[in-house]
Design a protein around this ligand. Structure first.
Ligand code: ARG
Length: 712
């Protein structure tokens, strides 16, 4: 009886999701009623309207990796501190260390250009599924299918862009059952406007990361600049602050439990329809390997960053990124186990099989789905070490990326293709100065040695390369010595040697470059293992079966609002402000205050230092209009469904006014990207009143607040 009841509850929870769902604009009409019931006070046209200014015009995809929102008529943008981190770092020097001390631009001329950062805003979204159905793409064999999709996508994109300044792209949804065309405006002149010191913007550091409760002022400010016609333009001092179609008003009215919350942004990746086979591979293979590799890298970087400010600034973003997902993979594995996700997936698969067996037509279409998924994962599990280790240990290192960018040059030289050599030479000669500007051979060498060592020891022999095995024998497994010796003479580790080499790259130099040989051979091996016939067949089988699996689920539960997995496209999630109780029975309140910062303060731990000025403001209770009942709210939680990529997203109340900036999720629900944890999954956001307090009272930058539209 007990098992029956539990499995019934599990199946129902799969059906009814309270606030689970990352909806596309085209899903909005369907979920609109439930949003109204949850408290929304706007029409869906006010949220997303391709023809008139609406909230969507204020929602920005920042650089393709985070979200930002426009909060003034002068193109001022709010995002997270951890999203602006690399831009803040790139503008920092040991003398002007904005990462440590914060930065507040006094006027436009003081705002700092950020190379390479973009801001993209959706103009419209078209459902183009029918066009693809007309071609019958899903009935084609997997490779032909991919070709047909590419061709039609390119045509639709060209049509959408013609005669406009727009950028368009087509993406697949529901593992390839639906297709949407996104038409966007992409701004390229983005400038840093403000950032709190890391002691505020990253308060709690890696210890508090992915945890509630939280006390982090995780925000930073940027501005979009546009050409004289207010359209996107490359960076120029002549550019003007962008005048947006819409900017978000900001509410100082505060937050109460159960208040409606709505978040829009660009969630990156979820795997909510993953099967038990996928969960097993993640828990047993992928994640443990990733954690080991990342743990080692962090240890090496930390030691050198602690010893030198220059190294610290050079590696700060890399360290933060490696560390963020190091902890993520630990948490995900722990919570997949604790929350019984594997069993939940098995239960779904049991219901699926039962449903399939009810009708011969279903058996015909879906009868092989689980069997194919299972056999595909068998192959994928075999090649898994190459998949994980090549990216995590080899390609992600700066030195290897630089070396591997010579892949074509090497091929051209070895094959005697003069034209391609000349072409590569001129391309490479343009970019190498940047590589040597912040190259720290000692730290990079230690990282490389440790990663090569791990590679040899953990990747099965038949997935290694001959050169790696040979050099391993030659150096008797002493990769530190190998790397040191080669760093002393390689053309890739010294600017002058490199400059000479790129003038005249020869076969004899290439043959004498073990670092190049190892990296490019590993790339070849990676390609042959993961793109080889065996892997390709398995992957094609898996893609097709996953598509059929979701297709079947949508028929099994016709009343449920199915939403597609996250894929860095515009989404909306709604929910409510809510506390939660974890599996151990501990209840967490839905907000934190400045008293909590003072309680966590630890002058001996750089993650928990409280800047003296913040302490003064706390002691004099100088919170101005941002305080409530003698205190200052810092962070709050709500039931919205977000993931990485949503970082920096606006949290809005029922009137569409900004009440917070989303920046994290809670530890108990770290399995959430694979299975939404209905009772415990929470979005962690920075209270907008704390943001404005820090800008005005801490940063003395009231002129920025004066740009905004404040609703008191
Ligand atoms: N976990 C957050 C996210 O992935 C990032 C938080 C950054 N803070 C930090 N201490 N690393 O969006």
């Amino acid at each position: 009886m007990k098992t029956l009841v539990t499995s019934l509850i599990i199946t129902l929870s799969f059906l009814s999701f309270a606030d689970e769902g990352m909806y596309l604009p085209t899903n909005l009409k369907k979920v609109y009623k439930t949003m109204k019931a949850a408290g929304l006070g706007l029409s869906h046209k006010q949220i997303f309207n391709p023809k008139k200014p609406s909230i969507k015009d204020a929602i920005v995809s920042l650089g393709g990796f985070c979200t930002a929102e426009i909060i003034s008529p002068k193109g001022l943008m709010l995002t997270n501190h951890h999203c602006g981190y690399d831009a803040i770092r790139a503008n920092s020097t040991p003398e002007n260390d904005y990462l440590t001390d914060g930065f507040w631009a006094k006027d436009y001329s003081d705002e700092k250009p950020v190379e390479g950062l973009t801001a993209s805003i959706v103009v419209r979204v078209d459902d183009v599924t029918k066009e693809f159905e007309k071609l019958g793409v899903n009935d084609l064999p997997e490779q032909a299918r991919a070709g047909a999709i590419k061709q039609l996508s390119e045509k639709l994109v060209a049509e959408a862009e013609e005669g406009t300044h727009y950028n368009a792209y087509v993406k697949e949804f529901y593992e390839g059952s639906e297709f949407y065309l996104f038409v966007t405006e992409v701004f390229e002149d983005i400038r840093l406007v403000g950032a709190p010191p890391s002691a505020i913007g990253k308060f709690g550091g890696d210890t508090d990361n992915w945890m509630w409760d939280r006390h982090t002022g995780d925000f930073s400010l940027f501005r979009i600049y546009a050409g004289p016609d207010n359209k996107p333009a490359p960076f120029s001092m002549e550019n003007k602050p962008y005048v947006p179609k819409y900017h978000l008003p900001i509410s100082l009215k505060g937050i109460q439990e159960d208040d409606f919350t709505m978040i829009m942004g660009y969630p990156g990746s979820t795997d909510r329809y993953l099967t038990s086979y996928g969960v097993k591979m993640a828990v047993e293979k992928d994640q443990p390997a990733r954690v080991r590799i990342r743990g080692k890298k962090l240890e090496i970087m930390k030691e050198d960053m602690d010893a030198s400010d220059e190294v610290r600034l050079a590696y700060a973003s890399t360290y933060a990124q490696v560390s963020n997902y190091w902890k993520y993979f630990i948490g995900q594995t722990e919570q997949l186990n604790k929350n019984g996700v594997y069993q939940q997936k098995l239960d779904i698969e049991t219901s699926f099989t039962k449903w399939v067996n009810e009708k011969p037509a279903r058996q015909e279409r879906y009868g092989d789905v689980l069997k194919d998924i299972s056999s595909a994962y068998e192959t994928l599990t075999e090649i898994n070490p190459t998949n994980v280790y090549f990216f995590e240990a080899i390609y992600s290192l700066g030195i290897n990326k630089f070396i591997i960018s010579h892949y074509r040059l090497k091929r051209g030289i070895m094959g005697g293709d003069k034209e391609s050599v000349e072409d590569q030479k001129s391309k490479l000669a343009l970019t190498y100065k940047g590589q040597f500007q912040s190259f720290f051979p000692e730290t990079e060498g230690k990282l490389l040695a440790a990663m090569l060592d791990m590679y040899v020891k953990n990747v099965p022999e038949d997935q290694l390369t001959k050169s790696l095995v040979d050099y391993n024998e030659k150096c008797e497994g002493n990769w530190s010595k190998f790397v040191n010796d080669n760093f002393k003479k390689s053309v890739f580790t010294d600017k002058n040697r490199y400059a000479e080499f790129i003038e005249n790259p020869t076969k004899s130099i290439i043959e004498d470059e073990p670092l190049l040989i190892i990296a490019t051979d590993l790339l070849d091996k990676y390609l042959s293992v993961t793109n080889g016939p065996k892997a390709m067949t398995a992957q094609a089988k898996l893609d097709r079966s996953n598509r059929l699996f979701i297709e079947a689920l949508r028929q099994m539960y016709p009343k449920k609002h199915f939403y597609p997995n996250a894929n860095f496209t515009w989404r909306l999630t709604y929910g409510n402000v809510k506390k939660y109780t974890n599996k151990d029975g501990k209840t967490y309140d839905y907000y934190t205050t400045i008293e909590g910062i003072m309680k966590k303060e630890d002058p001996n731990n750089d993650e928990f230092i409280v800047p003296s000025k913040l302490k003064e403001l706390y002691e004099t209770k100088d919170y101005g209009r941002y305080g409530t009942d003698g205190t200052l709210w810092i962070n709050f939680i709500s039931t919205n469904d977000i993931t990485g990529g949503n970082s920096g997203s606006p949290v809005m109340n029922s009137n569409g006014e900004l009440i917070g900036c989303a920046f994290d999720g809670n530890w108990e629900a770290m399995s959430g990207d694979i299975d939404f944890e209905e009772s415990m999954q929470r979005t962690i956001s920075c209270d907008i009143r704390y943001v404005l307090f820090v800008i005005e009272k801490y940063g003395d930058a009231k002129h920025l607040v004066d740009e905004m539209t404040i609703v008191e």
